[in-house]
Design a binder for this molecule. Structure first.
Ligand code: NAP
Length: 288
């Protein structure tokens, strides 16, 4: 298969590394920074790469008009402009998907730009970003949601799903609004909860206590602070492009915190234990 990847960072680079392992795939890439393109070729995340589509179109081996599938893996704000930019260079059969962490802000307009567009979102990430963070098998065993609509092309949907499945992802389908509400709860809300936790710790006014806390921080703090200490631009775009659902989750969270504060102030230890017992039984439902 001939595949293009635009945005060679954590997600684009990881996709490329897996896709290049299959000798039947020819993978070209585009990333803003020429050094990123060189690094992507060096780590075998792509066979060819250049900083923009006009340069890729001149690479005979890349055969742009014969590309079957393009993954747009840029930051969220660049996804729609990227599709608009590459459109004139593509043959009508080419399927485009994206990996953006929000879907409502992207899918409707992307479908208008390109009728063989299918939204995707692999639920996989690390605390790192950029091509140097690209990992093999990042998507293996991880959920990946595709967000077809009534206008989606059936062949395009089948192709996108088949490629994610070939990388070991566990596929789900959801409408773009359902996707955005669900990921607000389990992905975007945790970023802000976790970032607030780091903030509270780093703002401890007693320097001796702050230093001791740093020394004692272990696996629990590593787990709870990971997503808050990740890519700041990604967190900003989650808030900007999924504002309503994120605000709703944050306000629910605020209510839960207020309830916990009231219980502790009232020294209502029994209610606290009951509440934590309930959470202990609910947690496994969210762990794949
Ligand atoms: P990332 O590591 O920062 O990678 C994005 C790369 O895109 C950058 O390294 C940059 O590379 C390149 N880039 C930026 N603007 C571009 C443009 N206009 N044209 C071409 N390339 C451009 O970020 P990421 O974590 O891979 O995220 C990429 C996408 O995946 C986002 O839409 C995000 O919502 C989604 N996503 C992220 C995660 C996660 O947990 N990280 C999970 C699922 C989905 P250079 O400037 O170095 O060329």
């Amino acid at each position: 298969m001939r595949i293009g990847i635009i945005g060679l960072g954590l997600i684009g680079g990881s996709l490329g590394r897996d896709l290049c392992l299959n000798p039947e795939n020819q993978v070209w890439g585009i990333s803003r920074n020429p050094a990123t393109c060189d690094q992507a070729i060096a780590i075998k995340a792509v066979h060819y790469a250049a900083p923009d589509i006009s340069q890729i179109s001149k690479l005979e081996l890349a055969q742009l008009d014969q590309t079957d599938l393009i993954f747009v893996c840029t930051p969220i704000a660049a996804i729609l402009p990227t599709i608009a930019e590459i459109k004139p260079y593509l043959a009508p059969h080419t399927v485009i998907t994206d990996v953006g962490s929000v879907k409502v802000a992207i899918v409707g307009e992307a479908e208008q730009l390109w009728d063989r567009f299918i939204g995707s979102h692999p639920m996989a990430g690390t605390a790192f970003n950029g091509i140097q963070a690209a990992e093999l098998e990042l998507f293996k065993g991880r959920p990946c949601v595709v967000t077809p609509t009534d206008h989606s092309n059936r062949h395009a949907l089948d192709l996108v799903q088949a490629v994610w499945q070939s990388l070991g992802a566990i596929l789900y389908q959801a409408s773009p609004p359902a996707h955005d509400r669900a990921v607000a709860l389990i992905s975007h809300l945790p970023v802000f909860v976790s970032a607030s936790l780091i903030q509270v710790c780093s703002q401890e006014p007693d320097r001796a206590v702050a230093e001791l806390a740093k020394q004692l921080a272990s696996s629990g703090f590593r787990d709870t602070s990971r997503v808050g200490g990740g890519n700041p631009q990604l967190g900003r775009y989650m808030a900007e492009y999924n504002r309503t659902a994120l605000l709703s989750g944050l306000k629910q969270y605020q209510l839960c915190l207020e309830k916990a504060i009231a219980q502790i102030e009232a020294e209502d230890w029994q209610s606290i234990e009951s509440s934590l017992t309930q959470r202990q039984t609910e947690r496994p439902d969210f762990l794949n």
